[in-house]
Write a protein that binds this ligand. Sequence first.
Ligand SMILES: C[S@@+](CC[C@H](N)C(=O)[O-])C[C@H]1O[C@@H](n2cnc3c(N)ncnc32)[C@H](O)[C@@H]1O
Length: 274
Amino acid sequence: MSITADQERNFYDSAYAAHLNTPDHALRTNRDSIRRDLTDARGAFYERRRLYGAVLQQLLSEPLANYSVLDYGCGLGEWGVLMATEGARVALVDLSSVAIEIGLRRAAANGVAGRVRGFAIDAADLSSFQDGEFDLIYASAALHHTLKYPHALDELVRVLRPGGKLILAETYGNNPILNGLRKLRWLLSRQPDEAGEEIILSDRELDLLRRYFQRVDMKPMNLLAMAKRLGRGRFHLPLVRAAVGSLEFADRVLLGVLPGLRRYCGEVLVIAIR
Ligand SMILES: C[S@@+](CC[C@H](N)C(=O)[O-])C[C@H]1O[C@@H](n2cnc3c(N)ncnc32)[C@H](O)[C@@H]1O
């Protein structure tokens, strides 16, 4: 393993520190605010709007009002708090105590503090939770950080009730060209190893999930449209949005004609039933 949990915690603590001063009104999170974020070309969600749009649709189709939910590697806590605003009882888990502090502030800012608990812990050890405690576990860009720990998957499965659902929104790593470009970008951006990005979820990791889950469904998305990465920071420009729209259209045609190419897409929504 190239990095330790302490290094990864320090990396994310400093990455999130800039958000500690976010005013309460900017922490408002609910289904409408997330829908707005998905269409805000200047916002952080825009680049992954198809993936997160699919996540939103999936989460809102769950009976959240009766659910106990774990937001696994929750980061700034948007998704966990969204689910709390839909009535779920939510546990936010993240290695970074700064992330949990912001997540709990977000819960308070949305009037759902009573339904949200925060745990600044390593998700490789979920002993804070009982067997089968959760109906649903959601992990956005987080499972690939914990799979390097030997018992992380056992722990995740242990706290999910039989028949419960794991929903993952992840970068998809079967495409050697995309993986090469990602590695090149990490090198050029001098992203430190502490970011913990060495695993990219691919069919190998999904096969591992199949050993634990009775059913694993995948919705891969964006093949040519992964070139959207080049537009980062420029999606407010109509020309850039039009280019991305054309690539998404080309993907729809290409993946419709050649569905075998779907495994080379760059993002994936995974839904697994325990
Ligand atoms: C790429 S961020 C994704 C955050 C958030 N889920 C999102 O979609 O914005 C990865 C998150 O996983 C957390 N993380 C990394 N390793 C972890 C571990 N061992 N246990 C718990 N959280 C971890 C990091 O602190 C970080 O917040």
